[in-house]
Design a protein around this ligand. Structure first.
Ligand code: NAD
Length: 496
């Protein structure tokens, strides 16, 4: 058993009760209120962080507004923005182990996996976005109609930073989700107020320290910790915010979208999912089963694009399900500090309870629990679970559970698979497991989701836009698409 020893810097960070960054200052909440953070592996309190008030959020937005409108930041050249992002990525690389340990203690995920996945992906993403800083272009357009007789015109289109960004993120990949917002914002010259998830603010606060160390001007990046209902809502309603970018549940995302429309605040929404994994009869069944298991069980199933619905062509259904159950039964559960552990706890007692309710619902409705279906403590553990004998219209199949629970259904042919895969309110990701190129290419355009993976699942690249069809959201993160979402177009017409 290889239990990671906490770095002295990790312990020190937690013991000093981290504060929020507003402008140049590390502050407590205006009214002194705090909220406790828990270690999901033990249920014990880790530390407390400030519970921001509406006033705190307003001050953070004002700091970001001033930094955008009237600070050296507003005059930075693209090369400087590129270099600063590289510097920030380098500092994160230096502190990768510390960041991974904080993520582990705060979220429950494996520290070893967090270092090579969450932290490294965040670093790679910032470096990718640094590259865009010097490549943001407008265009010059020839005037297409005779606007005035005998007059000449010159016209061009500028691409400008959208302004102050209010970013609100979920708890499943705290650092990575924050960087998905921060990267394009800083590459384009925006300023940011980040509201991390109530449960997982620690890496966002460490990130803010690194932003300062990298040399960003005060107010460019602000972090307010607190609840969604107070701090998140205050950010959403603040008229000085130009763009809202949200990652979280579809229910909250819809509310934020409506509020944004009232003020025409620009908005991107990265929301829930219920992604299908489709195993065709010709697939390499061994890798399909291993891939399907990892698609649902990675990060305890708390992944927006987790492959939480499994469709297997009927003649191989029992074998693939048995193989996945075998993988699940062999998984070791425990603290994310233990590198030999395959699955950590869920984020909170509340999430454990939510996942458990779905499993009980399955049992009560006569579904078969092929494996797992147990919970235990004192941390918030749920065993990796596979459920069969369940109808396509069942809540287990239609609703996002956001835990290590896979529902599996057989299908007869390609049309049947596509019909069931698309029969969902969500459309974030989907994977097809097959070696039949023609079938794969027939299916890709017919799947209603923002990402389709073939013979892999949840493989994300900074260069590939990521986002949802249908109830999975509006807009895209990553790739040049993200740059577009953090900029406005301005058309200019000059009479010569
Ligand atoms: P959540 O919607 O409850 O919370 C997300 C964030 O919104 C948190 O920071 C929370 O404090 C804040 N919030 C809550 N109520 C708010 C309000 N009224 N106004 C403003 N902010 C508010 O979601 P969660 O439970 O933290 O995260 C899980 C969800 O996130 C899942 O549905 C998952 O699929 C989704 N998710 C999506 C993506 C993606 O890229 N599409 C990525 C990760 C997670």
């Amino acid at each position: 058993m290889a239990i990671a020893t906490l770095l002295p810097a990790t312990t020190a960070f937690i013991q000093r009760a981290p504060r929020m960054l507003i402008g140049a200052e590390w502050v407590e909440a205006g009214d002194g209120q705090t909220m406790p953070l828990r270690n999901p592996a033990t249920g014990e309190q880790l530390c407390v962080v400030p519970r921001a008030t509406v006033d705190d959020v307003d001050r953070a937005v004002l700091a970001a507004r001033q930094a955008f409108d009237d600070s050296p930041w507003s005059r930075t050249r693209p090369r400087e923005r590129q270099n600063l992002l590289w510097k920030l990525a380098d500092l994160m690389q230096r502190d990768a182990e510390l960041l991974a340990q904080l993520e582990c203690l705060n979220n429950g995920k494996s520290a070893a996996v967090a270092q090579v996945m969450d932290v490294q992906l965040a670093i790679d993403f910032l470096r990718y976005m640094a590259g865009w800083a010097t490549k943001i272009e407008g265009s010059s357009v020839e005037v297409s109609v005779p606007l005035m007789p005998d007059q000449q015109f010159h016209s061009f289109i500028r691409r400008e930073a959208v302004g102050v960004v209010g970013a609100i993120v979920a708890w499943n990949f705290p650092l990575l989700l924050a960087c998905w917002k921060l990267g394009p914002a800083l590459a384009t010259g925006c300023t940011v107020v980040l509201k991390p998830a109530d449960e997982t603010p620690l890496t966002a606060l460490k990130l803010a320290e690194l932003v300062q160390e990298a040399g960003y001007p005060d107010g460019v990046f602000n972090v307010v910790t607190g609840t969604g209902i107070t701090a998140g809502a205050a950010l959403t309603h603040n008229p000085r915010v130009d763009k809202l970018t949200f990652t979280g549940s579809t229910a909250v995302g819809k509310e934020i979208g409506k509020i944004a429309m009232d003020s025409m605040t620009r908005v991107t929404l990265e929301l829930g999912g219920k992604s299908p994994t489709i195993v065709m009869a010709d697939a390499d069944l061994g890798s399909a089963a291993a891939g399907a298991a990892s698609a649902i069980f990675f990060n305890q199933g708390q992944v927006c694009c987790a492959g939480s619905r499994l469709y297997v062509q009927r003649k191989h259904f029992d074998k693939v399900v048995a193989d996945i159950a075998g993988i699940a039964n062999a998984m070791k559960l425990g603290s994310g500090l233990d590198a030999s552990v395959d699955m950590g706890p869920l984020i909170s007692a509340r999430q454990q309870e939510r996942v458990w309710r779905y499993i009980e619902m399955g049992r009560e409705s006569g579904a078969t629990i092929a494996c797992g279906g147990e919970q235990f403590g004192p941390g918030y553990f749920v065993k990796p679970t596979v459920i069969v004998d369940v109808d396509q219209q069942h809540s287990l199949v239609q609703e996002e559970i956001f835990g290590p629970v896979l529902v599996a259904i057989p299908f007869d042919d390609e049309a049947d698979a596509l019909r069931m895969a698309n029969d969902s309110p969500y459309g974030l990701g989907a994977s097809i497991w097959s070696n039949d190129l023609a079938a794969v290419h027939r299916m890709i355009p017919r799947i209603k989701s923002g990402s389709v993976w073939v013979n892999c699942h949840s493989a994300l690249d900074p260069a590939l836009p990521f986002g949802g069809y249908k109830m999975s959201g509006v807009g895209r993160e990553m790739g040049y698409a993200a740059i577009e979402h953090y900029t406005e177009l301005k058309s200019v017409l000059i009479k010569l």
